[in-house]
Design a protein around this ligand. Structure first.
Ligand code: NAD
Length: 378
């Protein structure tokens, strides 16, 4: 069995889908691993270290030729995978809601496509959970970026020349990224508050030493899968009133609010930004899905009346060393369920994790969440 890995082609993508440790694990399982030369350079993993771990470091063409499994961070194009075995499993962040045509093209090329964003949040899949491993790093990096830009300090400081007050940080969306942002801001000494539409987030926020702010009378918007659903218009208005009041007093706002399969909810309007103190900062982690702040722009740092709105795309890529290591380990754990003890590709298509993540197979879009859109588009 052959596992192929290409260098990522997306601008700004510095991660790689395999690490020297995971190469060793695959080789131990009896697989041949072929990696495009330079694939690890954005994460400072040398070709030599992949070679020493047991991989063949080669051209892109050779890396995918006759591969049974292709590991990637972002969705590769069908042209990049020409030469892979028919029915080869392509595993990565496929952006299943964002680009139906791209997935359709891989299906048309006869590849089986696994979209790891769709991993179910069940105990057995926890070690494969790429969204969590990457969001955790993004939450940390958001605070570090904000601290780097902020004209003041985070912790309270008593000095002979006077007291430096602590920064006030407000985190919107207390999921994986939000909780790490809270923890990081607390470690730096900020006074932290947070909000979410899932009532269960309250305890987690409070356990990190932050104040939880919840819209009074709001119906808990948690789904069975542990994600949030969209609020009713009435609840949205109530939430907007609460946010408008609170953000006037804050120095730094980190927004992370997402709803699976939907555009990110706009939680901070232009008017609200205009009530913020000059020097304040918004870091919008939801920018790739439309943004939680009306003024944020993907990949840009926007200044508006003294407020800085940071719309970094792909924050995990800016911590590529850790991001690649964790992502590669997540995929390694996923491969445990598709490689047999004898080292052959062996997929139980009825497995809960496989059913949740396989989006295309046998030339068809097979995932119920996606089936309609691509068919209608073709
Ligand atoms: P996410 O990235 O989809 O969303 C980020 C956060 O935004 C969520 O907490 C969500 O409730 C919140 N949000 C959505 N709309 C909002 C709004 N209008 N206002 C304020 N907040 C809003 O979520 P996530 O980080 O992937 O995590 C979702 C949940 O899943 C969390 O409870 C997390 O702890 C849990 N989880 C479970 C597992 C598991 O394996 N059991 C693994 C990872 C995460």
């Amino acid at each position: 069995m052959k596992i192929g890995v290409l260098a990522e082609r997306q601008p700004g993508e510095t991660r790689v889908a395999i690490s020297p440790d995971s190469v060793k694990a695959y080789v131990r399982r009896g697989a041949n691993v072929a990696i495009e030369a330079g694939a690890g350079s954005g994460s400072f993993i040398s070709d030599a270290s992949f070679g020493e771990a047991g991989a063949l470091v080669t051209s892109a063409e050779e890396a995918v030729k006759n591969a049974d499994i292709i590991l990637s961070v972002r969705r590769p194009t069908a042209a990049m995978l020409a030469g892979a075995n028919s029915g080869a499993l392509v595993i990565g962040l496929m952006d299943p809601y964002g680009d139906a045509a791209g997935i359709r093209a891989l299906a048309d090329a006869g590849l089986s496509v696994v979209s790891v964003e769709l991993l179910p949040r069940i105990t057995r899949a926890q070690s494969m959970d790429v969204l969590s491993s990457q969001a955790n790093l993004a939450g940390y990096k958001a605070i570090i970026d904000a601290a780097g830009q902020f004209s003041r300090a985070f912790p309270i400081m008593m000095t002979a020349a006077g007291t430096v007050p602590p920064a006030k940080v407000f985190v919107m969306g207390a999921g994986v990224a939000g909780l790490q942002a809270i923890a990081t801001a607390r470690r730096l000494g900020a006074v932290v508050s947070a909000t979410d539409v899932r009532a269960a987030a309250a305890e987690q926020v409070q356990s990190l030493g932050a104040k939880f702010i919840f819209v009074e009378g709001l119906k808990d918007a948690a789904t069975q899968g542990g994600y949030a659903k969209e609020l009713s218009e009435d609840d949205k208005s109530k939430q907007a009133v609460l946010i408008a009041e609170h953000i006037k007093t804050q120095d730094i706002i980190i927004t992370t609010a997402l709803i699976p399969g939907r555009p990110a909810p706009v939680l901070i309007t232009k008017d609200m930004v205009e009530t913020m103190k000059p020097g304040s900062i918004v870091v919008d982690l939801a920018v790739e899905r439309g943004g939680n702040c009306a003024l944020s722009q993907p990949g840009k740092i926007v200044q508006h009346r003294g407020v800085t709105i940071m719309g970094w795309e792909n924050l995990p890529s800016r911590l590529a060393g850790n991001a690649s290591m964790l992502y590669a380990k997540n995929l390694q754990n996923f491969l445990e369920i598709v490689i047999s003890k004898e080292g052959a590709l062996s997929i139980n298509w009825d497995d809960e994790i496989i059913k949740a993540t396989v989006v295309a197979r046998g030339g068809k879009i097979v995932h119920p969440l996606l089936r309609k859109e691509p068919e209608a588009a073709s």
